[in-house]
Design a binder for this molecule. Structure first.
Ligand code: NAP
Ligand code: MG
Length: 499
């Protein structure tokens, strides 16, 4: 039941933080928007206004890009040693750790997610991300190149990797702080300067992180944070002629708009977009781990994960047992406000998202899908949806084809293991997949046939800063994390000298 019990005592910094109008960070100063306008963010557990935030637009983006350009070309950032850069990024991770509880609370309030989850997932992953990329700052290298078509000794040739320049970063609301970390860590390690636009629904942790960025000693203008709407601030950043690269995470639909906007100056683009990920359970799987694994694959973060295991394929013999088990798991999930210590699943991020997800539930019901559990909104206050397991679907239904981005899984039986790869790949997306079996040959053979950027075997939603993540097909361009992401933030220069 969605009760309003708030048993956790709000951190004093958090109470103070949300009550003051939040400004934007440009060139090391906290400033109002040029228009003077602000927008509201809401507490998704209650629907009440949480905070007022400066509303950035084209002019603010322009100011921020100018600051980032100056910091890149002539500012202290351009002269700093990689080692010192790394130390600052590491310090940022340490500061985040010091303020873990405060950030976890702010994230839970702004996004809705259970506080206990923010404490053990969003915060530790963000902290580790900064530490991982702190290490990379000193390891971005080129090569000496033996030239193939020229006589030995005629030339000395080598490559260097240089920072790409001013980077625009546009992030979503599902993991507001973690997505900021995913973007900022590698860009800072590479020596870029940044204009970050957080999602309108959840700007607070990114803005508070801006204060820690200053405290970590990262010079003015290196990271600028401009909250605002996608259609205005986001679009201006994607189209800005003096931005060298844009990194985007969000919907496939907006990803395509980013691409068009970027065409003006042919800025580099990386995109981390939506998904409709297959999670495949074979008869021979250890069902004691596959069943809770499948439940967590979809219900984690209220189902608002781009890689959520939203199409659950179960081999026929195990179908009834798995459906019953996942439904049983779902019905035991406590749907409560994020600050309730018993909350396993919080509200969706916004009223818009609530309506979107409920729209999918209605369309599924109309087309003949049956909810074994859940199937509707929870309560009338806040944006809660019951964890839902749908059966009796067919491949053409919207609930099977489209990204719902809510706690809704479609459970689908299969009888011919030789066809499951084709079925799993029958989607415009290719972000992630799960495979559950005791047969390692079967697992790796199927992993090789799945068209997705990540395949989890006998686990799901396992992330690490060292593991590249991103999409095949319409799930995106390029990879986040690992050393792969550094390619997005660097240019390779070949230098060839006649001897
Ligand atoms: P979205 O519109 O794609 O938002 C992602 C980011 O892009 C936000 O910062 C957004 O700003 C910004 N944006 C929006 N329109 C823009 C434009 N024309 N130019 C530049 N930036 C723009 O996603 P959403 O509307 O929040 O959610 C819609 C659906 O997207 C969800 O239901 C889900 O299916 C999918 N989604 C996927 C991910 C993912 O990680 N792959 C994350 C979030 C959502 P605003 O905050 O102002 O919109
Ligand atoms: Mg939007």
């Amino acid at each position: 039941m969605a009760t309003a019990s708030v048993a956790v005592r709000p951190h004093e910094n958090v109470t103070g933080y949300v009550t003051k109008t939040r400004k934007m960070l440009i060139n090391g100063k906290w400033v109002d928007s040029a228009s003077g306008k602000t927008f509201e963010t809401y507490n998704p557990a209650t629907g009440e206004v949480l905070s007022h935030v400066a509303e950035g637009d084209k002019e603010d983006i322009d100011r921020a890009v100018k600051a980032a350009r100056a910091a890149f070309e002539t500012g202290p950032w351009s002269k700093i040693s990689p080692s010192e850069r790394g130390r600052m990024i590491w310090r940022l991770g340490d500061l985040l750790e010091k303020h873990l509880e405060e950030f976890a609370q702010l994230e839970s309030l702004d996004n809705g997610k259970p506080l206990k989850i923010a404490r053990v997932a969003d915060l530790p992953l963000s902290i580790d991300h900064f530490r991982y990329y702190a290490g990379w700052a000193t390891k971005i290298e080129g090569n000496t190149v033996p030239m193939s078509g020229w006589k030995q000794g005629m030339f000395h040739a080598y490559t260097v990797r240089e920072p790409v320049g001013v980077v625009g970063q546009i992030i979503p609301w599902n993991f507001p702080l973690l997505m900021a970390a995913w973007k900022l860590g590698p860009a800072l390690a590479s020596g870029c300067t940044i204009v970050l636009k957080p999602a309108e629904q959840t700007p607070l942790t990114a803005l508070r992180l801006g204060e820690l960025i200053q405290e970590a000693g990262i010079p003015d203008g290196v990271v600028n944070i401009v909250p605002g709407y996608g259609e205005t601030a986001g679009a201006a950043l994607a189209a800005h002629p003096d931005v060298d690269k844009v990194a985007f995470t969000g919907s496939t639909e907006v990803g395509k708009l980013i691409l068009k906007a970027a065409a003006g100056n042919l800025k580099k683009v990386s995109l981390e977009l939506g998904g409709k990920s297959p999670n495949i359970i074979f008869d021979d799987a250890d069902l004691d781990s596959a069943i809770p694994g499948a439940a967590s694959a979809i219900f984690f973060n209220q189902g608002q994960c781009c890689c959520a295991g939203s199409r659950l394929y179960i081999e026929k013999k195990a179908f009834d047992k798995v459906v019953e088990g996942v439904a049983d798991n779902a019905s035991k999930i406590r749907v409560r406000p994020g600050f309730d210590p018993d909350s396993d699943l919080g509200p969706l991020v916004s009223e818009e998202q609530l309506n979107r997800v409920c729209g999918f539930l209605e369309s599924g019901a109309k087309e003949g899908a049956k909810a074994v559990t859940g199937g509707s909104r929870e309560g009338t206050t806040g944006y809660f949806v019951k964890p839902t397991v749908l059966i009796n679907t067919n491949p053409k239904m919207k609930v099977v084809q489209e990204e719902i981005f809510g706690p809704v899984v479609t459970a689908i039986p299969f009888s011919d293991p030789s066809e499951i790869a084709a079925t799993a790949n029958d989607t415009i997306y290719g972000l992630a997949a799960g495979i559950w079996t005791r047969d390692i040959k079967k697992a790796h053979s199927l992993a090789s046939k799945i068209k997705a950027g990540t395949v989890w075997i006998n686990c799901y939603n396992i992330f690490d800063a060292s593991l590249p993540f991103g999409g095949y097909k319409q799930s995106g361009w390029g990879r986040e994390m690992g050393h792969e992401v550094l390619e997005h933030y660097t240019e390779v220069k070949s230098v060839c000298a006649a001897l």
